[in-house]
Write a protein that binds this ligand. Structure first.
Ligand code: TYD
Length: 232
């Protein structure tokens, strides 16, 4: 299992072997239930004997978590959408280098709560940064580390916002949650458009039903797309 990590650390200059791990990302708007579904999927994969690394964006490494506070607290908003996009990309570059690439190289499955599709949607489609610039930042941040599968949890905006508010309780909404319903609606459509553009990478799951049904749909999608048997 750890051969890849061992040979990656040798000093003979040879490129590490093709990463044997799998990289799954989860995307969706506010209140889609991503973090719960990520945790359940990780548990199911662990029961199959896989090493699973659960991570999230913005964040997932020491450097990226520091940038997360700046972004979600709203401190970067005043500098404009491009500056925010640059910070998301900087956080992502650190996250990929420190957490994701090493985990994939040693054969782990990595499940990430949000990844570059969130930048395409939040900073790109609904945030004024051109698609060309978003693509350039993406290339710099991730290099060759691209998801094998992206699960899009799709939920109607009203339901998502209701869930997000219930989950938040008395806590303050973050910089992106407070935007109005029209923006959330545009984001939902933008995510669905990304899924249509890359049907082999995306699996779209209706997340408006009960959690157990959604979890089963996610599992079915992962198994069929990544070649696992659905039943133990
Ligand atoms: P978070 O608290 O992780 O919540 P959730 O994923 O449950 O919504 O908030 C992350 C916020 O950051 C979310 O509103 C989406 C936004 N975001 C971007 O705008 N661009 C990005 O590239 C990423 C990863 C997140």
């Amino acid at each position: 299992m750890n051969d890849a990590a061992t040979s990656a650390s040798t000093s003979d200059g040879a490129a590490p072997p093709r990463t044997p791990g799998r990289f799954i990302t989860f995307e969706g708007g506010e209140g889609a239930g991503k973090s719960s579904r990520v945790a359940e999927l990780a548990e199911r994969l662990r029961r199959r004997g896989y090493e699973v690394v659960v991570t999230r964006e913005p964040g997932g490494s020491v450097g990226a978590e520091a940038v997360r506070h700046v972004l979600l607290g709203g401190a970067a908003e005043a500098f404009g959408p491009l500056a925010e996009a640059l910070l998301f990309a900087a956080a992502r570059a650190d996250h990929v280098d420190q957490t994701i690439r090493p985990a994939l190289a040693r054969g782990a499955w990595v499940i990430c709560d949000r990844f570059y599709d969130s930048t395409r949607v939040y900073q790109g489609a609904t945030g004024d940064v051109s698609a060309d610039r978003v693509a350039l930042l993406e290339e710099i941040a991730v290099d060759d580390v691209r998801p094998d599968l992206t699960v899009l949890l799709d939920v109607p905006v009203e339901e998502g916002l209701r869930r997000a508010a219930a989950r938040r309780g008395d806590a303050v909404a973050d910089r992106f949650e407070i935007e109005d319903a029209t923006v959330h609606e545009r984001r939902r459509r933008a995510f669905l458009a990304l899924a249509r553009a890359e049907p082999r990478r995306f699996v779209v799951v209706d997340a408006a039903t009960d959690p157990a049904t959604v979890a089963d749909a996610v599992w079915y999608g992962v198994c069929t797309r990544l070649g696992l048997a659905e039943k133990d």
